[in-house]
Design a protein around this ligand. Structure first.
Ligand SMILES: [Zn+2]
Length: 138
């Protein structure tokens, strides 16, 4: 477990708790609509495509590509200073939704749009594990 004191911890809600439980178990879960078959992220009460409430949690492949990114060189607070430079990216998941995360295990000079990535998990506390992405096959 690495040091995360002072960082912004996610706050699970009733809708997102299954997602965070999945992360804690090393599984990236998405909601899939039984009405239209689309996946969605972030977790919601209704399908963002067809408004159906028939949503089920399914395990995602964990694969995606970098849709966009930025390299953070100036930390937002001292809690993030040791992490700089770090990569904040939009990941286009294979299932369709886009997720904001960090790309780790990749030098800031080597990241590119379209880079294939896969999910990995970082345990921040006993209760909180967060998904990150790394270059696929690295
Ligand atoms: Zn739907």
């Amino acid at each position: 477990m690495t040091e995360h004191a002072g960082k912004n911890f996610p706050r699970p809600t009733q809708e997102s708790q299954p997602y965070w439980d999945g992360c804690r178990n090393g599984e990236l879960l998405l909601q899939r609509c039984s009405g239209c078959g689309e996946h969605q992220f972030y977790p919601r009460m209704m399908c963002c495509h067809c408004n159906s409430e028939a949503l089920a949690w399914v395990r995602a492949s964990g694969h995606g590509t970098v849709a966009s990114y930025t390299v953070v060189r100036r930390p937002v607070s001292q809690a993030y200073a040791a992490d700089t430079p770090y990569i904040v990216a939009l990941i286009a998941l294979a299932e369709g939704p886009t997720m904001m995360s960090n790309v780790i295990g990749c030098d800031a000079a080597d990241i590119s749009i379209g880079m294939p990535v896969e999910v990995t998990f970082e345990q921040w506390s006993e209760q909180m594990t967060v998904p990150k992405f790394r270059p696929r096959g690295a």
